[in-house]
Structure formats: structure tokens, C-alpha cells
Design a protein. Structure first.
Length: 348
């Protein structure tokens, strides 16, 4: 039994076992933060069994409760200058990165379901599958998520992966037991299939494509009264940028532009996830549609944020000499994004 210090707890879905596992954020043997599967009963008298939950909501609720009980504040905004250049900074990055990925995927799943809210599953009699049992499994899955084109069949270790191009004619993708990769594809299909994307593609690029699809939804949020109130409060506090998930609500005071929506981009290939632990201000020298948020390197160095265009957009229109803007920003929690999107209807 180990006595390693635990800094936070998260719930993470293991598609192969189809369970939610709790993981502890600890400092590994190499001195770097790592997530280790939680085994609270690990002792000489007890086998090393992981702590698991079947229900997603209960698993996440338990993880956050355990994190609160640990009493560790891993918010970068409240870390002192010395702490920002210490292991606490790395722990904060690991924790916030995990939380924001969780929030983003939850938002994408909810939005994906809403895109197909009026859709119904095809009748069981129209489903063509390798066996009657497979057809039953497919029909059950489609009754919950009618847009699925990749589905995990069966139960336990005898599961298999099935795919369809039209939702009616299905084939198994393997003759043997499901692989870990196949189980992951089946789980990701809950999100990817809703947007017409393939769950087997690179997951980072798939989520980037979904963000582009959702951009008009973020723009629509500008018309919501709760959003208007939040933005008015931010403006009154001197903050001209409000970060919500991977979008930035950006205020341009000149030319009657007002509030617009920009996308978040990476600082560079090496720091592609720097957005996850943003802190500081943004220096905007142009009108680019991409906002690269400021962040803190592992050695404590602060890197300023900036604006630019995306590759292929051409150069961003520069601001006039002497009119570069130092933009303060605030970040809203992921549940705020879900709440606002929940007020937006789909369709006319």
C-alpha cells in the first residue's frame, strides 16, 4: 500500500470495460504529475481493485466531491508567483486540462443530440444485420441515439463493433472480440456521428471540426438575454474578452462592431494545449479571427496572448500604429456554456 499524496480526483470512461473509473492526480516517480487509477482498498488484506461507477453522473459527482475533500486549490489564478514555477503549476495544468476536455465533450454530446432531436429510430423490421441478436442491439441503440452509424454490439467480453452507411444495413467490423480501439470508436460515435464525422479519425482533428460546426451556435448566443447580461458585466469590469469553452466573445469598441465571436488557437505546435491553463492578458495588434490565449510555461515564464488568422486565411488586417490593445479577459465555466446552449432551439 502506498502513501502518495493525492491532489485531485477525476472520473474517466474506459470504453473497453464500459465503466467509469476514478483516477487520482499524483506526482509520479519521475517527479511529473500523472493520473493513476484509484484503488482505495489497496492493502495486504484487500486485492488491488479499482474504484468504478457505472453511471456517468454519479461518477463525476463523486470525483468532484473527493476533490473538494482533498482541500487542494489548483486554480492557476490563485497560485502565488513562487507556486507558479513549482510542481503546483504542473498539477494545476493537468487538472484544468482534464476538466476542460470533459466540459467540451459534454457540450458536444448535448449539442449533437439536439441536432437530431426530431429524428426517430427506423422500425426494427427494416434493420438488416448479421443476426437477429445484432439487429436487436442496433435497434435499442438507435432508439436512444437515432443518428448512430457505429455501434457496440453484445455484452461483456463478447462485444463487437458494427457499422452502417445508411442506418439500415449493418455489418460487423470484426469477427472476434472487440478491441480497446474498437470500443473507443464505439463510444466516440456518440459525438462524432451526430456531426457526420467518423469516430475512427484522429480525435483532436474531429473535435476541431465540430468546433467549426458549432461556431454559428456561439454567435447565436449573443442574442440571449443571460449572455447579454454576462457580457455587460464583463465590459463593466474592463474585460473585453470572455472565454467560453473554445470560443472567445470579443468586444471591439470602434466602428460600431461591438461583441463578436472568435475561435481559440494554439500558441504553437509544442504548446498546443496551452489554452487549458490560460492566465494573463492578450495583446491584439490585428483583427485576426483566432485568439491565442496567454499561458505560463513549466518554468514559470509568462507568454502573452495575441490575435492572428488561421492558416489559409491570409494575413490578418493590422491595427493602426499605436492602436494595439492590451485585452483583459475572463473565463466562464463549462456548465455556463451548456446552460446557454440549452436555451437555443434548433431549426427555424
Amino acid at each position: 500500500m502506498t502513501d502518495e499524496k493525492v491532489y485531485a480526483v477525476r472520473a474517466i470512461h474506459d470504453a473497453y470495460y464500459n465503466w467509469w473509473f476514478l483516477e487520482n492526480l499524483v506526482i509520479g516517480a519521475n517527479g511529473e504529475p500523472m493520473w493513476r487509477r484509484r484503488r482505495p482498498h489497496l492493502s495486504i488484506a484487500m486485492p488491488p481493485r479499482a474504484e468504478v461507477e457505472r453511471d456517468e453522473i454519479e461518477a463525476k459527482k463523486l470525483a468532484r466531491k473527493l476533490t473538494r475533500e482533498l482541500g487542494q486549490n489548483l486554480d492557476i489564478a490563485v497560485l502565488g508567483e513562487h507556486e507558479q514555477s513549482s510542481i503546483l503549476l504542473k498539477l494545476s495544468k493537468a487538472y484544468l486540462s482534464s476538466r476542460r476536455r470533459e466540459d467540451e465533450e459534454a457540450m458536444m454530446f448535448i449539442e449533437g443530440r439536439k441536432r437530431h432531436a426530431g429524428r426517430i429510430a427506423p422500425p426494427r423490421s427494416t434493420i438488416i444485420a448479421p443476426s437477429e441478436a445484432d439487429a436487436d442491439d442496433i435497434h435499442r441503440a438507435l432508439q436512444e441515439l437515432p443518428y448512430l452509424r457505429t455501434i457496440v454490439l453484445g455484452r461483456g467480453v463478447t462485444r463487437a463493433l458494427a457499422h452502417s452507411t445508411n442506418g439500415l444495413t449493418w455489418r460487423r467490423l470484426s469477427n472476434g472480440y472487440i478491441s480497446r480501439k474498437g470500443a473507443t470508436w464505439g463510444y466516440r460515435a456518440r459525438i462524432a456521428d451526430a456531426f457526420g464525422l467518423h469516430p475512427a479519425e484522429h480525435w483532436g482533428r474531429t473535435k476541431a471540426a465540430i468546433r467549426k460546426i458549432l461556431l454559428p451556435r456561439a454567435i447565436d448566443m449573443l442574442q440571449l438575454q443571460p449572455m447579454k447580461e454576462m457580457l455587460a458585466e464583463a465590459l463593466a469590469a474592463g474585460r473585453h474578452a470572455v472565454v467560453l469553452d473554445r470560443f472567445v466573445f470579443w468586444y471591439e469598441p470602434d466602428g460600431d462592431i461591438g461583441w463578436t465571436v472568435k475561435e481559440i488557437g494554439a500558441h504553437d505546435a509544442k504548446h498546443a494545449d496551452a489554452v487549458e491553463w490560460a492566465a494573463g492578458t492578450i495583446i491584439s495588434r490585428n483583427f485576426g479571427r483566432i485568439v491565442v490565449l496567454p499561458f505560463i510555461k513549466d518554468d514559470g515564464t509568462h507568454v502573452a496572448g495575441h490575435t492572428r488568422n488561421a492558416p489559409g486565411d491570409g494575413p490578418a488586417k493590422p491595427r493602426k500604429p499605436g492602436e494595439a490593445k492590451d485585452i483583459a479577459f475572463t473565463r466562464l465555466q463549462g456548465d455556463a456554456m451548456l446552460g446557454l446552449l440549452g436555451e437555443l432551439p434548433y431549426g427555424p
